[in-house]
Design a protein around this ligand. Structure first.
Ligand SMILES: [Ca+2]
Length: 624
């Protein structure tokens, strides 16, 4: 009898602290939240959004049970910044991450599979995960992360997620048969999947009509299935907790890869021509069938997650949201025209036209959202933070760009606050949406195009010349919607300068990796990746038995700079006790490189460093 008494006392005390008065939600009343984000799924690629060739029965049923948004916008036309806006509630005029960034200062990131991760979220970022952790939720992220790599500040476990499983790095996610995935900081090998590049051309001597020719592009373990398995386990093991499950699934982003049994459902359905890899990623013998099958396979996986909600007895108290991180892609053997992937909207992934950023959003919330409802309320990825705070009765976020969409979800349309404007920037382009007006330019030097989306949802007719007053107002709106970013400058000259300096740092990092490939390095932190330092530094801890690497390092760095066409400024060379310094120049970029033991470090005999300070046009990154 003692046990239950203690439980009751604890419950009463907890209730007292949280003020469980009328109107305050108790722990058990807070709904679970499942947020599913597809990768590069177009506005027109679900049956409920008009798709006629690709079958999505599970998501179509979800739409029948919930609300469908016809004017929902992703945070960006590409992956990483879109996820950053979703997790932080900040649009790309304010977000830390405003573009995909492979951080080339770390070396040959596309060739060296040991270099993982993308531009990381900084330490202490206030994310959806952190907010819901603070509100008492158990949080999990399963899928493709894209906002940090192993060991840096962007790791999901450091960004508000109790549980994490999947691809840390976007480049790794190009292959659905990876050699490993990450689980809470641990690299889990998938020994049934041999290592092969996700970017290959079909061999000239192979037969493109022979299915066996394509077996080299598959392994045994399909990552999407592992992620669904993990999501199901998470749901079943947290039936008694309020939980937040963030599922940024990697589908249907290329490469075109799908298990044979799923491909079989489509393989004779379309007029298909083998794709031989001439537009990136991996060849496939039936690319249209593969693309459709990938989406249907994901749809079935989502069905398993929804089934787990039923099995756990929590489906009635769980909000399920489904969306996509940007519009459909144009490469890797995909055929957006054949599938009408944008549903008639202009542009694809990487453009700020509607096809690049308008995405499906379906929300099922039993008892709150009217089944089969549709709304044209204008919402965006930076609304999730405010919305989920509202749903979870969490501490409302401050200083974000988002608005809660709970009023429109619960039928209180009149009470729904509306955005004065939506803003995007990407790769030098900018767009603003204000009422029916959408102003957009894809390059900084281009003049603004203006579209009246009410009359012209396909953005076919540029009416900028007829509305100079609107152009003036929206130009001012664009300027006030952004803060400058040192890492993602809008100015093309600044962006090019930064790119040259980061590439130069990459030569240093690659040289160090080459020089130390035969040396037992216990840790190496190339490129200042974690801190995003404006200098490229490589900190090495060598095994105690290693010979002094200074000479080898110096030689490797000199060799690699020479191979890449840099000239050495011999006048700048300097040698001190245990250290060496030299300088390289190419065009307007100059790098001064030092290598050796840190000053005064006589205890750590195994500690070496390589540090490079690179500048372009006389300016270092720190000065921009
Ligand atoms: Ca994407």
């Amino acid at each position: 009898m003692r046990g239950p008494t203690i439980v009751l006392v604890v419950a009463a005390v907890t209730c007292g602290l949280l003020a469980c008065g009328p109107g305050a939600a108790s722990v058990s009343e807070r709904p679970n939240i499942v947020l599913i984000v597809a990768d590069d799924l177009g506005y027109g690629e679900l049956g409920s959004y008009g798709q006629e060739k690709i079958r999505t029965p599970v998501l179509d049923r979800l739409a029948e049970q919930g609300m469908r948004f016809t004017r929902h916008y992703s945070g960006s036309p590409v992956c990483a910044p879109s996820r950053a806006t979703l997790l932080t509630g900040l649009h790309t005029g304010h977000a830390v991450v405003r573009d995909n960034d492979e951080m080339v200062e770390r070396g040959a990131v596309w060739a060296d599979t040991l270099i993982e991760g993308n531009h990381p979220l900084p330490q202490g970022t206030y994310t959806l995960g952190r907010m819901l952790q603070d509100a008492g939720y158990v949080t999990a992220a399963i899928g493709k992360w894209g906002l940090g790599g192993p060991g840096d500040s962007g790791e999901p476990n450091l960004q508000g997620f109790d549980h994490w499983y999947g691809y840390m790095c976007q480049r790794e996610a190009h292959n659905y048969y990876p050699t490993h995935l990450w689980r809470n900081g641990v690299r889990e090998a998938l020994p049934d999947n041999p290592r092969f590049s996700a970017h290959q051309r079909f061999p000239a001597d192979a037969d493109p009509t022979d299915p066996q020719s394509y077996e080299r592009y598959a392994g045994d373990t399909y990552s999407m299935d592992l992620m669904v398995d993990d999501a199901v386990r998470f749901v079943l093991s947290h039936a008694d907790d309020p939980f937040f499950l963030y599922l940024p699934f990697p589908v249907p982003h290329v490469a075109l890869q799908v298990p044979e049994e799923s491909l079989a459902a489509y393989v004779d359905e379309f007029d298909d021509t083998p794709y031989l890899g001439d537009r990136g990623y991996l060849p496939h013998r039936a690319p249209r069938a593969a693309y459709a099958a990938m989406i249907t396979h994901m749809d079935a996986g989502i069905g398993r997650v929804l089934g787990a909600l039923e099995d756990a007895g929590v489906a009635g108290n769980t909000v399920v949201l489904f969306t996509s991180d940007n519009g459909p892609t144009f490469n890797g053997g995909t055929d957006s025209e054949f599938f009408a992937s944008t549903g008639g909207l202009r542009g694809l992934k990487t453009t700020l036209y509607e096809g690049g950023i308008r995405v499906p959003l379906i929300v099922r919330w039993p008892g709150q959202v009217a089944p089969g409802s549709v709304t044209d309320h204008v919402s965006a990825f930076w609304d999730y933070l405010a919305t989920l705070a509202d749903i979870a009765n969490a501490e409302p976020p401050r200083d974000t760009d988002g608005l809660s969409i709970v009023p429109v979800l619960t039928g209180s349309v009149a009470a729904q606050p509306r955005h004065e404007l939506l803003y995007w920037e990407y790769h030098g382009g900018q767009a603003v949406l204000s009422g029916d007006w959408k102003a957009v330019r894809q390059r900084p030097e281009a003049s603004l195009q203006l579209f009246d989306l009410r009359r012209d949802p396909a953005e076919a007719v540029d009416v900028a010349a007829e509305h100079p007053d609107v152009i003036a107002r929206l130009t001012a709106d664009m300027q006030r919607s952004r803060t400058p970013s040192a890492w993602f400058p809008l100015d093309p000259e600044a962006a090019a300068r930064l790119g040259r300096v980061r590439s130069a740092c990459g030569v240093v990092s690659a040289a160090v990796r080459r020089a130390t490939s035969a040396v037992p390095v216990t840790t190496a932190d190339p490129g200042g990746a974690g801190a995003l330092a404006p200098r490229c530094t490589v900190d090495l801890r060598l095994a105690a038995t290693a010979p002094s690497p200074s000479a080898a390092l110096g030689r490797a760095i000199r060799d690699l700079f020479a191979e890449r066409g840099w000239s050495e400024d011999l006048g700048a060379a300097a040698d001190g006790p245990g250290t060496t310094a030299f300088a390289f120049e190419k065009d307007d970029v100059r790098c001064v490189v030092g290598a050796g033991r840190p000053d005064g470090d006589i205890v750590e005999e195994t500690h070496y460093y390589v540090e490079a300070e690179c500048s372009a046009a006389g300016q270092s990154v720190a000065e921009w």
